[in-house]
Design a protein around this ligand. Structure first.
Ligand code: CA
Length: 223
């Protein structure tokens, strides 16, 4: 399974090493650029899934990097990192194509949740579809089908099934699933159990094959 690749563009070395460690720990692949020129060079040659972009960068500012990326038609999600003391124009940032921003000092869990949510959006924009035997889940059409027969799901059921299919053969905990769907870790993880139960019932109405397994003490896996 390919890891999502995140480019950190930030000139404060302590922040970079801290972020790098956190992101590696969270299972991402990480590239770093300490200035705007390097960031653009890496983005041009490296297949990257998300950019964390500091605004105050040497050589080219974060805003210039952002404008250049969007000018080249790259749709990669960009989360801007700003310092509270920087005067910055939120509207200009968003108009320039930033997907999200965080203010330093930021909360690591919040940043990780924002990263996950923006990666998710990026994937959805790609209109991903996933197939496992006869089951096919298509995000663009927001549809799921088994052997061509529609699997009628509620929005939350669909999101959960999509999340499991996207991470096929990888066990996901209930909190992980919630985090990927809602972008935070709030909410009752019981929601996942209830919805999985419903998805299984609906799958069972169409086939004897089971696609979602429970891994005791861990969570769920599509396989
Ligand atoms: Ca900076």
């Amino acid at each position: 399974m390919r890891k999502d690749r995140i480019l950190i563009c930030e000139d404060e070395r302590e922040i970079v090493s801290f972020l790098r460690a956190e992101l590696l720990h969270a299972g991402y692949a990480v590239d770093t650029a300490y200035d705007g020129e390097t960031a653009l060079r890496l983005l041009a040659k490296q297949d990257c899934d998300l950019v964390l972009l500091d605004l105050m960068l040497p050589q080219k500012s974060g805003l210039e990097v952002l404008q250049s990326v969007r000018g080249d038609g790259l749709r990669i999600p960009v989360i801007v990192i700003t310092a509270r003391k920087d005067s910055f124009d939120k509207v200009l940032l968003l108009k320039s194509g930033a997907d999200d921003y965080v203010t330093k000092p930021f909360d690591t869990l919040e940043l990780l949740a924002r990263i996950e949510r923006n990666l998710e959006r990026g994937r959805r924009a790609d209109g991903e579809t996933y197939e496992l035997r006869d089951l096919r889940v298509d995000y663009a059409g927001f549809t799921a089908a088994i052997g061509g027969k529609a699997l009628p799901l509620t929005k939350t059921e669909f999101e959960i099934l999509f999340c499991l299919m996207k991470n096929m053969r990888r066990v996901l905990g209930r909190e992980q699933i919630l985090g990927r769907i809602y972008g935070d870790f709030l909410g009752n993880s019981n929601v996942v159990d209830v919805n999985v139960k419903n998805i299984r019932r609906k799958i069972a109405a169409l086939t004897s094959d089971s696609y979602i397994e429970t891994v005791r003490g861990k969570g769920y896996v599509a396989r």
